[in-house]
Design a protein around this ligand. Structure first.
Ligand code: NAD
Length: 481
């Protein structure tokens, strides 16, 4: 094993990645580099929602939206039911395709994420009207569609986001034009095809959900500037969120996070360990909500580490192993793209350590300044930082979350610690005594979404986030109380 580790030091990163891939017989799973030509399997196919140009896609979507808007609400519900029925038998294929095309994540977890989208994404029931009645009559607040929404989707949850966005946006009466990540092109276009087949089966308007055959940043920019796009919904990193927020259009921005998890001395340590390993390793840490660093109060830290090892954490303690990992996964202090979303065993093998494939995460102790703590690594590498008490832990958690106000997790049975943590961090999602994914409705109450809009304040988006508030006033009548 050590011999391998020494060999590794003399190789380039690309050599290491290819060597490990070859050994694991997953060379095809390597993500395409930006220089490689895009695959040609999907040509323009307007019947299935795939157009040659953004302009054609948007024009078609605008016509479809008008038809939907003039149809009964039950049409929207029928379409959503049909989408779920069409996608459900394809979940396993979508999960496999997603991992293969992007090189990121775990098939089993992606299956669960798709099931979650189909089971827990709200439909038209989310559009509750509100009424004022009194001496001057009746006023109704209604939720109306924006029109055509341009939705930009990530490589990390490509089809989960496409399907979840499509359900919520159609429920609110919109059409949607997708701009998928070019690195998840094939699987995203497949999801758009499935949605179009479903809409066709129930006689819904053609072209309600569309995209282009060759997604690219240029095509996304064309979409962002197009006059017929009424709203932009961006799910991705900080550059994208900034771009949509400066577009001059109504925008929803769902951006990056760096979720800390605090474990204090009053926590149920065995449960905390199990929850942290489960949450951090979920889809190999690519969800923006997944635990990215543990802050542990010193007096329970050793026991927490021991318990996490029992749950599938591989503890790295040897300095040369830690340095090899840093060389593998960091370049100029930032995560290396080819290591994002990889299995823990894959990363360990690349530094010369043979670990069981059941290994869920790599655990190591670091300082709070380490890039593993400061950067959103999006891989199953979990740094642990010791603090003296809960107060120090809360302040550190706030610092390393960088003010994204995205997600934070805490394990404690002290109500004051739970309360202070929530108040100080101000995150959109705060999970107490559970794994991070409980915040998405897995083993936690509430609906799901894969577009968590912290920067623009919608929070966990649903149909009502994609609707305009309109006031309809009837003067002098229909107040019957
Ligand atoms: P990314 O920012 O690289 O890409 C997201 C989308 O934006 C893609 O469609 C991409 O093509 C597009 N894009 C990026 N830069 C662009 C530009 N300059 N011009 C036009 N289009 C551009 O993100 P990713 O790697 O696909 O996803 C991971 C990131 O997204 C992480 O930071 C993660 O935290 C975040 N994310 C957030 C949420 C959320 O709900 N808040 C959900 C998923 C992912």
């Amino acid at each position: 094993m050590e011999q391998r580790g020494q060999q590794v030091e003399q190789q380039t990163l690309e050599d290491i990645v290819r060597q490990v891939c070859r050994e694991l017989q997953t060379i095809e799973a390597l993500p395409a580099t930006s220089d490689e030509p895009l695959a040609q399997e999907h040509r323009a196919d307007p019947d299935n929602g795939i157009f040659a140009t953004m302009d054609e896609a948007i024009t078609a979507a605008a016509a479809a939206q008008q038809t939907l808007f003039n149809s009964r609400l039950e049409v929207r519900s029928r379409i959503i039911d049909a989408i779920c029925a069409e996608v459900r038998p394809q979940i396993e294929k979508l999960a496999h395709m997603g991992v293969q095309e992007t090189g990121m994540g775990r098939v089993t977890d992606k299956i669960l994420k798709h099931q979650l989208v189909l089971d827990k994404t709200p439909g038209v029931e989310d559009l509750q009207a509100y009424a004022f009645t009194g001496d001057d009559g009746l006023t109704v607040l209604e939720l109306s569609p924006y029109g055509v929404i341009g939705a930009i989707t990530p490589s990390t949850n490509p089809t989960e986001t496409v399907i979840c966005n499509a359900i919520g946006m159609i429920a609110a009466g919109n059409a949607v034009v997708f701009a998928p990540h070019p690195g998840a092109r094939k699987v995203s276009l497949f999801a758009v095809e499935l949605i179009n087949q479903a809409i066709r089966k129930v006689g819904g308007p053609a072209h309600l959900v569309v995209t282009v055959a060759e997604p690219s940043h240029d095509n996304t920019r064309i979409m962002m500037e197009h006059p017929q796009i009424n709203m932009l919904v961006a799910t991705g990193g900080p550059g994208l969120v900034k771009a949509v927020m400066s577009s001059g259009k109504k925008a929803i921005g769902a951006g990056a996070g760096n979720p800390p998890v605090l474990v204090d001395k009053t926590a149920d340590i065995e449960k905390a360990a199990a929850d942290i390993v489960a949450g951090c390793s979920f889809d190999n840490n690519i969800p923006c909500i997944a635990e990215k660093e543990v802050i542990a109060v010193n007096c329970i830290a050793d026991y927490l580490i021991f318990e996490m090892q029992k749950q599938g954490a591989w503890l790295l303690t040897e300095p040369h192993h830690i340095e090899a990992l840093e060389r593998l996964v960091l370049k100029d202090g930032k995560p290396v793209r080819d290591c994002i979303g990889r299995d823990a065993a894959w990363l360990l093998e690349a530094i010369g350590i043979q670990a069981p494939t059941s290994t869920r995460i790599i655990l190591l102790e670091t300082s709070s300044e380490h890039p593993f703590v400061q950067e959103e690594m999006l891989m199953p590498v979990l740094p642990l930082i010791r603090v003296e008490d809960a107060d120090e832990g809360i302040q550190l958690a706030k610092k390393v979350e960088h003010g994204f106000r995205h997600t934070a997790i805490v394990h404690s049975s002290d109500i004051n610690v739970l309360s202070r943590y929530a108040k100080e961090l101000e995150t959109t999602i705060l999970v107490k005594n559970g794994p991070s994914f409980a915040g998405l409705g897995v083993g936690g109450e509430g609906h799901t979404t894969f577009t968590i809009a912290g920067p623009t304040g919608e929070g966990l988006t649903s149909a009502r986030s994609f609707a305009r508030n309109r006031r309809c006033v009837l003067v002098g009548s229909f107040a019957i109380k």
